[in-house]
Each structure stands twice: as C-alpha cells, then as structure tokens.
Design a protein around this ligand. Structure first.
Ligand code: FPP
Length: 248
C-alpha cells in the first residue's frame, strides 16, 4: 500500500516540520462557488480544522498555529465580523471534548482585550482544561497581528526597564505571544495568495513557505502530506551554506 492511500504515518524524505503555521484562506470563495453564504464557508473551515489537526498529529507535527482572525479582519462588514467573533465560541463548544480526547493543548495568541469578558473567560477556561495535553499544541491566532505583537513586546520591555544592551533577539522572542515555543518550520497558505499577511512575521523569518490554490475547507490530509513532502525536499540553510559545499 502506498503512503498516500494508507492512514499510517507516511515516510517523508526528511524529518516532518515540528511546527506548522497555517493561513486558512478561501472560506468565502469556497462558499461562493457553491452558492452558499460566506458564514457556511467559515463553518466548513472549523470542520476542516478538526481533520487537519488529526492528520498533523499522525504526521508527527508537534505545534500547529492557525490564523483564525487577524487584527485587519475588523474592517470586514459588521455582520461577518460578528460571525467571526462567534466562531471561536462555536469552535470551543464543538471541539473541546475532541481536543481533550486527542491530547491537543489549546492556546491563544493575539490580543484578548478586544473580546467580550464572557468570551475571554470561555477561551481561558478552554485553555486551562486542555493545559496538560501533550500530543500537540494548537495555537489559535485570534485578533492577532504580527506587528501588533512586536509593538506590545517593545512596550513591555520598556515598561520593565530593560537596559538596551540586554535586548537581544532571544529576549524579544520571550515577550511575544509564542514565548517558549519553537519558531514555525513551515507556513502554509491556502486559497492561492502569496502573502504572509502579518502572520508570525518575527517567528517565520526562516520558515519555508508553501502556497496552494486549494481553499481551506478542501485542504485535506493528502494536501497536508504534499505540503510536508515539499518542505522535507527543500534545503534549509538558515542563511549559511551547506556543509558539503566547497566553501574555500
Ligand atoms: C479566511 O477566509 C479565513 C478566516 C477569516 C478564518 C475563519 C475561521 C476558520 C477557518 C475556522 C477556524 C476558527 C477557529 C476559531 C479555530 P476568507 O473569508 O478570507 O476567504 P476568501 O478569501 O475566499 O474571502
């Protein structure tokens, strides 16, 4: 049986990425193609996250960071913004039990203060209820923006009075929402665009980038496998040269 039609862990040509970031784009277009409301596309997006989480776990991915609501999404029509704000609520109601059953630890990255107190408490409770799960970390980027994240880090560094010479890259990283987590190895964007859109801009500096025209609700296990295969075939040098190169 080939690695693509079995549900056993596929054999990649190198180690699978430990941390994958996903820009889940194309829900609206997926819905439009079918004559449905955009909100139906987002609902299918939630369903798909469950499938992708499961596949990621199977492929040995340890951290998945998904872009669910960006600081720029507030400029969408008010009805859609309201729907997107409800979607995290809906996600927790629908998926919390499955997250616990599958050993997934839920975390939030972004600015919670713009959310209602009730929603903040609900997210906080879900985080606490999954905090001991160890198979996979799911970071949900909700009201997240990479620049805003760096700005809040700078503000806290100044407030805490750190002397300038102590402000290193490691220190800045430790003030980000992702403090203590490894940087993403691979960023996947569905829906065909080739932009980072303010997602993990500090953390993704050395990540490999993979874009597919497939809309998020259709991005399945096989698509994830292809993205990982693409990643494992690349030659990551982190700005250096390969040891086997003649460097003389
Ligand atoms: C972009 O599609 C996608 C979003 C704004 C994210 C919506 C939410 C989910 C996928 C569900 C997961 C949510 C949580 C809270 C875990 P788009 O509307 O920009 O699509 P388009 O480019 O086709 O219009």
């Amino acid at each position: 049986m080939s690695s693509t039609d079995s549900h056993s862990t596929p054999i990649f040509s190198g180690p699978a990425p430990a941390h994958i970031g996903i820009i889940m784009d194309g829900n609206g277009r997926w819905a439009k193609q079918r004559g449905l409301n955009r909100s139906e596309g987002h609902r299918q997006g939630v369903e798909n996250l469950r499938r992708v989480l499961e596949a990621a776990g199977e492929f040995g991915v340890k951290t998945l960071t998904v872009y669910a609501f960006s600081t720029e999404n507030w400029s969408r029509p008010i009805a859609e913004v309201r729907f997107l704000l409800r979607i995290i609520d809906y996600y927790i109601d629908r998926e919390l039990q499955a997250l616990n059953e599958r050993g997934v630890q839920l975390r939030h990255i972004g600015d919670m203060s713009a959310l209602s107190k009730r929603l903040q408490q609900k997210i906080q409770r879900a985080i606490e209820q999954t905090q001991h799960n160890e198979k996979l970390i799911l970071n949900v980027a909700f009201n997240y923006g990479g620049r805003a994240e760096v700005v809040q880090a700078i503000r806290r560094i100044i407030e805490e009075g750190l002397p300038p010479e102590q402000v290193t890259e490691q220190v800045v990283s430790s003030y980000l929402y992702t403090a203590g987590q490894p940087d993403p190895d691979l960023i996947i964007r569905t829906g065909g665009e080739m932009r980072l859109s303010n997602f993990l801009m500090w953390q993704a500096t050395y990540a490999e980038y993979y874009s597919t025209p497939t809309y998020w609700p259709d991005f399945d296990r096989e698509e994830l496998r292809k993205a990982i295969e693409h990643y494992t075939a690349r030659d990551r040098r982190f700005g250096g040269v390969k040891e086997t190169h003649d460097t003389k």
